[in-house]
Write a protein that binds this ligand. Structure first.
Ligand SMILES: *Cc1c(COP(=O)(O)O)cnc(C)c1O
Length: 368
């Protein structure tokens, strides 16, 4: 018999195989508040109308929110031209990614993601007892052939972020179509479009159209990035009725609160905010990329609201990370994701980016 004084509940072995998610820092090691360029949040904040809508919920906090998010789904349907009854939603698109893994994979199954992919994919995979399979990159970009080569009869899901995080790289519509065409029909292709609003109009990867017409494509979106509502945890997904019906069975009944739903609806109505955010991002991403190139640092070509800067010379990413932190700027150093030589830096305000560029220029010079 087991000794009852030492026995304790045993976590499933696949749960203990999960390395905890590390969020972007908002403080330095010694607890000072710093400028946060580590989580790809919107430097313009939140649309004013969304703040007002959120405040209006304060008088109804004793009520459960609308579990079916009917108004928000209707607004999403009108805004994006999707069917309201083919939407899933969750506390952040993170949860939608978990729902996808939990609905379509379990112990013995495999889920593919790219080598430098979003950290949540591996957690969502292991959480359900499935095995992560890593497809090598092509100079940091998503390699469709490598993903297709990684498919086995156990593959159930493929996670692809476009643009990808932490690389910022973009896979065009032709490549996404080729990926989809090469996958067996029983494999769910999850296209994570968390940064899609930062793309130029001509850069449509065709994800929504694939999700509309194909039985095995789920597109995920979020209000956390360009819409400036990361705190409220509002994510959604679009796929076939069959996929969505299955996923709804395991979601939390009340995914997001009244304030979140109202704020999201209001944010969708402020196209000016989104346009301003995108234009600022393009201008200052280009400026920052040029500034890094001028001091000899390589930047992975990005279409997102952040860039991955590579430290391949005398100055290491670790030294640069600590120098920036000391100067009051939190960036994301990613040794845990196989990028000990990379810093992911969010496109902040022009003032912030100028300061970051100055610190890095000084560090490059110091390192000789
Ligand atoms: C930020 C991000 C998300 C979204 O997270 P939320 O849970 O919606 O805040 C999803 N995928 C990628 C690739 C991201 O970078």
């Amino acid at each position: 018999m087991t000794d009852s004084s030492t026995a304790a509940p045993a976590p499933k072995p696949w749960i203990l195989g999960i390395a905890p998610y590390v969020p972007g820092r908002a403080t330095s090691e010694d607890g000072r508040k710093v400028v946060k360029l580590s989580s790809n949040e919107n430097p313009f904040g939140t649309p004013e109308a969304a703040r007002d809508a959120y405040r209006s919920a304060a008088s109804e906090l004793e009520r459960y929110p609308d579990a079916a998010a009917i108004e928000l789904r209707a607004k999403l349907a009108a805004h994006y031209g999707v069917e309201a009854d083919r939407l899933i939603y969750g506390t952040g698109s993170d949860e939608v990614l978990h729902l996808a893994a939990g609905t379509f994979a379990g112990p013995g199954d495999e889920i593919i993601h790219v080598r430098y992919g979003f950290a949540v994919y591996e957690i969502a995979t292991r959480r359900v007892g499935a095995m992560p399979v890593i497809a090598p990159d092509r100079d940091y970009a998503t390699d469709v052939d490598a993903i297709l080569a990684a498919v086995t009869e156990r593959t159930r899901v493929v996670f692809v972020a476009n643009p990808n995080n932490p690389t910022g790289t973009y896979t065009d519509g032709g490549e996404i179509a080729r990926l989809h065409a090469g996958l067996p029909r029983h494999v769910l292709l999850v296209l994570d479009q968390a940064y899609t609003e930062y793309l130029e109009a001509e850069d449509d990867d065709g994800g929504l159209e694939l999700a509309r017409t194909q039985p095995n494509v789920l597109v995920t979106r979020t209000f956390s990035k360009i819409f400036g509502l990361a705190s409220e945890r509002i994510g959604w997904g679009y796929a076939s009725t069959e996929i969505i019906d299955a996923m709804h069975r395991i979601r939390a009944p009340f995914a997001f609160g009244i304030g979140a739903q109202r704020a999201a609806i209001a944010a969708l109505g402020d196209d000016g905010f989104v346009t301003r955010s995108r234009e600022h991002n393009r201008e200052w991403r280009d400026w920052f990329t040029d500034a890094m190139t001028a001091i000899g640092l390589r930047v992975v070509p990005s279409k997102a609201n952040f860039v991955l800067v590579l430290f391949e010379g005398a100055l290491t990413a670790e030294v640069a990370y600590h120098a920036l932190m000391a100067a009051g700027y939190a960036t994301r150093w990613l040794p845990g994701q196989g990028l000990p030589h990379g810093l992911r830096i969010t496109i902040g305000t022009k003032h912030e980016l100028r300061a970051v560029a100055d610190v890095l220029a000084a560090e490059v010079q110091k390192a000789g």
